[in-house]
Design a protein around this ligand. Sequence first.
Ligand code: PMP
Ligand code: GLU
Length: 413
Amino acid sequence: MINGEHVYICNIMSTTSYLSDRINNLSESATLKMTKLGRELASKGINVISLSVGEPDFNTPDNVKDAAKKALDENYTRYSPVPGYPELRQAIVNKLQNENGLVYEPSQIVVSTGAKQSLSNVILTLINPGDEVIIPTPYWVSYSEMVVLAEGKSVFIDTDIDSDFKITPAQLEAAITPKTKLFMFSSPCNPTGSVYSKDELAALAKVFEKYPNIFILSDEIYEHINFIDKHESIAQFEPIRDRVIIVNGFSKAFAMTGWRLGYIAANKEIAAANDKLQGQTTSGTCSIAQRAGIIAYNDGLESVQQMKEAFVRRRQLVYDLLNDIPGVKTNLPEGAFYFFPEISSFFGKKDAKGNVIKDSSDLALYLLNEGHVATVGGDSFGNNNYIRLSYAASDEALTEALRRIKEALSKLS
Ligand code: PMP
Ligand code: GLU
């Protein structure tokens, strides 16, 4: 509230005639939009708790920061090779071998400006207009919009909380058509935190064995934030291995979101194509971030372990607090740092001014304006009955945020 008035913020989607259809047809990223709205409210002096953007609240580990300082002193300040420094590509190859038991050559690795660019590169590399991309819902917001940019067609497979947001082989097979070119998913999943087991991945891989023209984009950026077991990659199944493109990066595991460092591991043709695309668009990513990435991978996972312990504790905290809110239903996520609770029981209810909550985005805006907690509506992730909360925040902030959410929801009638 400012001067006794509620500050209602809304977002207006506009199209402009001289802009390309490509950009006019593209939606704004909901995660970044809600984060921006939260910041705008905070700049008016309001205490906003942001659970909207998914980024670790930890600092980048000291050894990684030191490597960046050293890189500057050693004048790593010029263009790097487009697919990344050889030492970084080698460090990634070693990591894939040692941690995942997957054998790649450096020529199969392309380093990019974040996993986001890696995903976009792969889609632009594989998708012709009209090609179908199968995406299980809920999915990370940018997947479907990247397909829009490539003029492909997203084909969604819906899941819900009762199946722990995971698809079955039968659902996958039913979604395949002669136009299917790509299947893309994340495990651990953003936004649900669900993790596919080795057996579940093996069953999906068996389906893909029957369809040799389909590629599989496996987004493994939350690999190290897995609370149940060791990470399993769908690339481990030899019969489909050549068609799997792994996307991974440094943002989540090493709290390096601002450094913009991601990569793909793929067959040589796809890797070379990504190299060519990147050579005409962004060139190699930041030289200093890459030098720091070499140290991050070569020095091991101690800092990741510490972050994971904090996430396990916070997951339990938020799980208990969510279960204490009438009308909210949640599962216990097995990885990543998000909850994706069911909130559809609030649809149709009204706030104090008589505004009706019609969908999950309305509810997220209501929680921001009334409770001053930034979340993201599930509709942007392909499932309208949910909202996403990131629990990459301090225990105190989470406790207060969940108190505010409970209070705001109790005011709807
Ligand atoms: N994939 C998923 C599932 C994500 O949550 C993110 C987070 N932004 C990304 C890819 C992109 O990560 P980045 O570009 O920061 O490496
Ligand atoms: N992956 C994060 C999220 O889902 C970062 C924001 C973004 O790039 O969308 O919130």
